[in-house]
Design a protein around this ligand. Structure first.
Ligand SMILES: [Zn+2]
Length: 306
């Protein structure tokens, strides 16, 4: 455990290798003891909830959040809620009942056809793009297969620039449409919002860093959004000055609790900005090294509360 810029960073030895494990609770580093992998379960204690021992009992009249599927844009498939609804209690050691007004997000980005063996538990897995290197269908299939083995009730993906290379070369393909068909084990967001347990998550695919967004709705982000997911960083934040100024303006307008992204591999990290009495935590959760050859970073863990 080391103190880095005034915040604690933990090193945990996992069976398949060493990971630097960042642990964030609503923008604040709270844990003071985490050691070997099996102590990850201590998060439940630290979070003051026992998610594995028994399902959370809702007070009568209280809304069962799982009964309500994720609200997706009309016409879009809801791939995950049926899985959750089919089973009750614990699904493969992951509770399917998300306590009211909380959400545990595990965020990764830029894995480039490399795969984590182990990820922290959570309610939502978010991959903010560049799961592939060349956007080949085979890479999509590998990623989709890996996704199927990740035990999260919800999985959200935004496409990165690498995920579209191949499909953009093949005129017969519609990159976004084909991607949504190929990724059957997660929900690809493209200028869309999902609401999970009362938290609003909005994402869009790679739009370049140019001033003019690729899609007119790219930056039509509703007020009240809790988490924004994009592949590209906003200008000036963990971006090596390769981010989008338009996106930065959108963030300043919406003031989400979190903005999750990747793209600039060498700028993995966290930054926080205040907007008056609100603030946004920015996370570049790139997983690989600068050249995309090896996973060297830990996933980010976010604990959202109302
Ligand atoms: Zn990348």
């Amino acid at each position: 455990m080391i103190m880095n810029d005034g915040k604690w960073v933990f090193d945990i030895i996992l069976p398949m290798g060493t990971y630097e494990y960042k642990y964030i609770i609503d923008g604040v580093w709270r844990c003071d003891t985490l050691g070997e992998r099996d102590t990850l379960d201590e998060r439940d204690t630290l979070d003051e909830r026992d998610t594995l021992a028994e399902p959370i009992r809702l007070a009568s009249g209280e809304r069962d959040t799982l009964a309500e599927p994720i609200r997706l844009a009309s016409g879009e498939r809801d791939t995950n809620s049926s899985v959750v609804k089919e089973k009750s209690g614990v699904i493969n050691n992951i509770t399917s009942v998300i306590p009211p007004n909380t959400l545990r997000i595990v965020h990764i980005s830029d894995t480039h056809s490399l795969f984590y063996d182990t990820l922290p538990e959570g309610d939502v897995l978010i991959h903010s793009g560049d799961f592939s290197t060349d956007g080949q269908p085979g890479e999509y299939a590998l990623f989709n297969d890996w996704l199927s083995r990740q035990k999260y009730p919800h999985k959200i993906i935004t496409l990165g620039n690498h995920d579209q290379y191949y499909m953009n070369r093949e005129e017969v393909f519609d990159p976004l449409g084909e991607s949504k068909k190929m990724i059957s084990n997660g929900t690809i967001l493209n200028s869309e919002m999902v609401e999970i347990n009362g938290f609003k998550i909005y994402g869009f695919q790679w739009a370049g860093t140019e001033e003019k967004p690729k899609c007119p709705n790219d930056h039509n982000i509703p007020y009240g959004t809790d988490v924004i997911v994009t592949h590209q960083p906003p200008y000036g934040i963990l971006d090596d000055y390769a981010g989008s100024t338009l996106l930065m303006a959108s963030i300043q307008r919406v003031m989400p609790k979190y903005h999750l992204f990747g793209h600039v591999h060498q700028f993995y990290g966290e930054q926080y900005m205040c907007w008056g009495d609100k603030g946004t935590t920015f996370l570049n959760s790139t997983s690989v090294d600068r050249y995309g050859k090896k996973i060297i970073h830990s996933p980010s863990f976010i604990y959202l509360t109302k």
